[in-house]
Design a protein around this ligand. Structure first.
Ligand SMILES: CC(C)(COP(=O)(O)OP(=O)(O)OC[C@H]1O[C@@H](n2cnc3c(N)ncnc32)[C@H](O)[C@@H]1OP(=O)(O)O)[C@@H](O)C(=O)NCCC(=O)NCCS
Length: 404
């Protein structure tokens, strides 16, 4: 079966095939959206005759690393196979071809979020960031008398938000390993705030935080649903879509705003970084209930020396890693990491690990010691796991704060 990028005229068919695999019936609106944000030359379609039976695409991202340098990364997305063609190797052919294309573009990393946890390890991806969904009962939340706000929180409409939010996020993603830039296409799409994204709640409300100097240094976007229980008590809900700030003072002020909303009983927020300091800002840490903890970003390393040389390390150290890669033997080999610089070597390895495991520990979101405890990293030199564990940690923890 032929695999190739689609042309503009084939996009409706591409969208239809992708959506059918996911169990959605596509609409003209979906095609318009795809025209707006898909990079056509980075689409891949598998054709059975004239019919598109498998899809994949990639975004050209730049991802933040521990130490806050950035690297180009392919944001893999729109992976789908028609139910009529499943389990015949269509996905495998897409993955092999896509990784060749990514390598040819000189991108050392590919990243994705997975619909199911069992699919992508065989293609060299490892779960690399983990995030929390949280739920707060407003009546139980009390803020400590810390981080007093010398600025103010101001509600703004969508038009003003379109101008004010992107510059804040532009600072936020650069300060968080695992994160990537939101381009104009993303923001235009996000601000459409479509009815089907609301799940029975309101359109988004936007509030920004201004520092004492009058600079916007944080924002929150949330939805509400107002209601009363059978006893006539307020039973409303608020759902935080995004809450970002460049200072912890602004961050706390924005949470105070959401947790101060009258008539709201429950506040929820999804995909929060695992090191979110919110629990330390309130008097009762259990009032911030973690209701789910899931893998988020999966990382695939294609160029080991470039990837390992670009990030920084928490402690100095020298390690020789043997990386195994059944899918792409050109990535496999022995590499020495010394003084933060990585290069191929003929030295004997201290640690032996699969490329998917390297992807998991690369951003510091999975601990080397934990993965080694599961038997997934072979320690050839005593103490090498502890050395790598100390080196590969990251603060802040990595998180991907923009779905794709
Ligand atoms: C997931 C999906 C793309 C797989 O496509 P496919 O063409 O059936 O996959 P392939 O036949 O190429 O299978 C390749 C390998 O992955 C495995 N695999 C495929 N789907 C899997 C799944 N859902 N869970 C675990 N393993 C899976 C196959 O067993 C095969 O393993 P092997 O080659 O090591 O023996 C397809 O089922 C689909 O479209 N699902 C719904 C949409 C979706 O979830 N897309 C992924 C978005 S992140």
């Amino acid at each position: 079966m032929e695999i190739r990028p689609v042309g503009a005229d084939e996009l409706p068919q591409f969208v239809r095939a992708d959506h059918a695999g996911f169990g959605f019936v596509s609409t003209d609106d979906n095609v318009t959206d795809a025209q707006q944000f898909l990079e056509l030359d980075r689409t891949l379609a598998v054709f059975d005759g004239d019919e598109i039976v498998g899809t994949a695409a990639a975004f050209s991202f730049e991802v933040t690393l521990p130490g806050l340098a950035t690297l180009p990364a392919a944001g893999v997305t729109w992976v789908s196979v028609l139910p009529t063609h499943r389990r015949r190797g269509v996905l495998r052919s897409l993955m092999v071809r896509q990784l060749d294309d990514v390598a040819a573009r000189g991108e050392p990393l590919a990243i994705l979020t997975a619909s199911e946890g069992g699919i992508y390890e065989r293609f060299g991806y490892g779960p690399a960031t983990f995030n929390y969904d949280i739920e707060l009962d407003r009546s139980r939340v009390e803020f400590r008398d810390v981080l007093p706000d010398d600025g103010r929180v101001r509600m703004v409409d969508a038009e003003a938000a379109r101008k004010l939010l992107p510059p804040v996020f532009d600072q936020v993603w650069r300060a968080r390993p695992g994160d990537h830039r939101r381009n104009d296409g993303f923001w235009d799409y996000w601000f459409q705030d479509k009815q089907q994204w609301r799940e029975g709640m309101s359109a988004r409300f936007y509030a920004v935080h201004e520092s004492a100097a009058g600079e916007v240094d944080g924002f929150v976007a949330y939805r509400r649903k107002t209601g009363w229980d059978t006893h006539g008590n307020p039973d409303g809900a608020a759902k935080v879509d995004d809450l970002f700030a460049t200072t912890w003072t602004a961050y706390a002020a924005l949470w105070r705003h959401v947790l101060g909303l009258d008539l709201v009983r429950t506040v929820t927020a999804c995909d929060r970084p695992a090191d979110d300091p919110l629990r330390w800002m309130v008097t009762d840490p259990r009032s911030v209930r973690v209701v789910a903890c899931n893998d988020d970003l999966w990382v695939r390393v294609l160029d080991v020396p470039r990837a390992l040389s670009a990030r920084s390390y928490e402690t100095p150290g020298r390690l020789v890693l043997r990386v195994e890669d059944a899918l792409r033997p050109q990535t496999a080999g022995c590499y020495v990491l010394d003084g933060g610089v990585c290069s191929p070597t003929n030295d004997a390895p201290d640690l032996v690990l699969d490329v998917a495991v390297l992807g998991s520990v690369y951003l510091g979101g999975a601990r080397v010691a934990d993965v080694a405890a599961a038997g997934r990293i072979e320690e050839r030199t005593p103490g090498a796991v502890a050395t790598a564990d100390a080196m590969f940690r990251s603060h802040p923890l990595p998180a991907s704060q923009t779905g794709f």
